[in-house]
Design a protein around this ligand. Structure first.
Ligand code: 6R9
Length: 659
């Protein structure tokens, strides 16, 4: 890499980050934690020495194979990878039957907590039985190996049972988040040509029934689809329309099916699932994952990144099954590892804002995995709420989904983690299948706001425009240099788009679409999507960084920043903030906050405009939709807001700006 290029492309980010990333706090693991930890420091060197061999070792350790593989990695058809060539296994057998065979049948697999307060417990033996029944039922409806099954279910155990039953018979599940519309569901059903849809009458949200089946009916109302049956779980008991011949109650088909079912082995590269994710442009992409490599990396990371002790830990990942986090760290990894987990159906504030902490206390959750947006929301609700509960069981805390600002990180550690639980900030994507960048508790001294280091066996880097590695202290684009076991195997039905989207920006490297910086220690800080990186007067500024600076002011509860087109500076920084308490009554608050950002980062980062708003537009997975805020900031008509969790937010914002 030439110095000039490095300077040109990365210094702006570097410069802009200098101040905020003067985040010097570091939390080394305690001696006791390190002593007892699953991961040991030597693991990095071991993985580095021979990555495919390292992953082959993990594959044999975390999974049981019917036929051992003959080659760890075949990259001859790059960028289409084959891992664990020649190996055969069954995902459901690995998640269930083998634990029962090993005498763990009575261990709790899932503690389910419904929103209305109903509970169910499944041991490994019971869950195995349910999955066998579902596998028989789906086969009796004509679902065979390779067929696609659309899953449109709430966070109830039947979602996990359905996914594993598909995996057992070799059918490919395509889970569609329950908050998506009938149109979104139909386009995903059509793209994957699904044969079966599994849904529920509905679920519960904030004490009220929330329907699902009507969206399925609407999605299938126009002819031309491939669906022959719809299996319906009765969950909220609301009346539903019924299509004789097509619709089947879960209770009639699954519950009455035989509990005997022999799993057949599938090829390591047999498709396991499709999960749709939105790109920067065009229709959602059907991200394809296969069996052996995906399960290996999910199970391995679940063990080392969360320091999992399956005999004693109680794991709780709050993600919905509709997102990749719910696939990897609810359905697959915890069960492959024989862990006990909590599954919760509802919203965090129903019936009260302490619900999550009540659940932690009740089940003695020891590992909690959630998203920064949830952490900031709870922070806004106040310390006194978690303080009412006994959270002493917590020993590891995880974060995922977006960069976590240092203030939220510190709050999470102090208030939820009792000032001692290590925080693991995990960077990964639907496409990567499992964790890629994360500290290892017990090994890494953690830094508030940084995901820090590649998982052992993963080769990440930060490069400049030309693809040259940037030195410590500089920023650029996050790439992955070597194939990894859980990598996507393509975009369903569109191999060209796969190459174009991920492999064309830099030669022989996977382009993640995220900006990142290496600090002076070489640790990685994620800066948000590169499409969210602003260029103000030739200086590259990160939306995340300015948001962090704003949130570090005591008057600010939440902040979102966008770059708006500006005649003189190219782009200008526009911030949307939610204020705490009565801060809005301070007439100088905007000037105070601009000065604060100037002080935290530098004058260049001072927002041109700060707008005080009551709420921020978020997707159902909790990501702020900056595109919509950009429309507001640039005075345009607000674009498509259909994927918002709360579709009144944009109206609330418009009203508050008029006021
Ligand atoms: C797992 C998941 C992927 C995008 C990714 C990045 C952002 C996820 C992050 C993070 C900073 C983290 N992201 N984890 N950014 N720090 N720990 O969220 O998958 O929904 O596909 O989103 O989310 O921008 O590119 P997905």
């Amino acid at each position: 890499m030439s110095e000039a290029n490095g300077t040109q492309t990365s210094t702006a980010a570097g410069d802009a980050l200098e101040n905020l990333l003067q985040e010097n706090r570091k939390f080394a693991p305690s001696a006791e934690f390190a002593e007892a930890a699953v991961a040991k420091p030597g693991v990095y060197a071991e993985a580095e020495a021979d990555r495919p061999a390292f992953w082959a070792k993990q594959a044999r350790e975390v999974l049981s194979w019917d036929t051992d593989f003959t080659q760890a990695l075949d990259w001859s058809g790059a960028p289409f990878a084959k891992w664990f060539v020649g190996g055969e296994l069954n995902a459901a057998y690995n998640a269930l039957d083998r634990h029962v065979e090993n005498g763990l049948g009575d261990r709790v697999a899932i503690h389910f907590e419904g929103e209305p307060g109903d509970t169910r417990t499944y041991t490994y033996a019971q869950l195995t039985e349910e999955v066998k029944k579902a596998a028989n039922a789906f086969e009796s409806l004509g679902v065979a190996k390779g067929d696609r099954v659309a899953v449109y279910l709430p966070m109830i155990p039947e979602a996990v049972i359905t996914m594993l039953a598909c995996a057992r018979i070799g059918a490919v599940h395509s889970v569609v988040f329950g908050g998506f519309s009938a149109d979104a569901l139909r386009s995903r059903i059509d793209d994957a040509e699904a044969k079966l849809v599994v849904t529920a009458d509905g679920t519960w949200r904030r004490g009220k029934p929330s329907p699902l089946k009507p969206a399925v009916d609407e999605a299938l109302s126009a002819p031309g689809h491939t669906v022959t049956n719809v299996v319906v779980v009765k969950r909220n008991g609301e009346p539903v329309d019924w299509h004789e011949g097509r619709d089947q109650w879960w209770a009639d088909t699954v519950q009455t099916a035989s509990a005997e079912h022999t799993p057949v082995p599938h090829d390591a590269e047999h498709p396991l699932f499709i999960l749709y994710t939105s790109g920067t442009t065009g229709n959602p992409k059907g991200i394809l994952h296969t069996t052996g490599g995906y399960l290996t990396q999910c199970a391995y990371t679940h063990k080392v990144v969360f320091d999992l002790k399956p005999e004693t830990d109680v794991f709780w990942c709050t993600a919905d099954i509709g997102w990749v986090t719910g696939h990897s760290y609810v359905t697959y990894a915890p069960l492959i590892n024989g862990a006990t987990q909590v599954m919760y159906e509802g919203t965090p504030d129903s019936p009260h804002q302490g619900r999550w902490w009540e659940i932690v206390e009740k089940y003695k959750v020891s590992i909690l995995y959630t998203a920064p947006t949830a952490i900031r929301t709870m922070m806004k609700w106040g310390d006194d709420i978690p303080a009412k509960y006994d959270l002493s069981s917590i020993r590891v805390l995880g974060s995922v989904g977006e960069p976590i600002n240092p203030e939220a990180w510190m709050w999470y550690r102090r208030v939820i983690g009792g000032d001692k639980a290590p925080i693991v900030d995990t960077w990964w994507q639907t496409e990567t299948g499992a964790h890629m960048i994360a500290p290892l508790p017990g090994v890494t001294a953690t830094k508030p706001g940084s995901a820090q280091v590649a998982v052992p066996g993963i080769a990440v880097d930060v490069v400049d425009e030309l693809g040259a590695s940037v030195p410590a202290g500089h920023g650029g684009y996050l790439v992955i240099r070597e194939p990894w076991p859980a990598m996507l195997r393509g975009i369903w039905g569109d191999p060209e788009r796969f190459k174009e989207t991920y492999w064309s920006r830099f030669e022989n490297m996977y382009f993640a679409g995220d900006g990142a910086k290496k600090d002076d220690d070489g640790d990685i800080w994620l800066l948000g999507r590169v499409d969210d990186v602003m260029n103000v007067s030739g200086h590259r500024l990160s939306t995340t960084e300015i948001e962090s600076a704003l949130v570090s002011h005591p008057a600010v509860a939440e902040a979102a920043v966008v770059g708006a087109k500006d005649e003189t500076t190219g782009e200008a920084v526009v911030a949307f903030v939610i204020l705490r308490g009565n801060a809005a009554e301070d007439p100088d608050i905007v000037a105070t906050l601009r000065a604060h950002v100037g002080k935290e980062i530098g004058p260049i980062a001072k927002p041109r405009t700060i707008l005080v708003v009551p709420e921020l537009p978020k997707t159902r997975s909790g990501k702020i939709m900056r595109r919509l805020l950009k429309d507001v900031a640039e005075g345009r008509e607000v674009g498509d807001a259909t994927t918002l969790a709360d579709n009144t937010v944009m109206q609330q914002i418009a009203a508050s700006l008029k006021a």
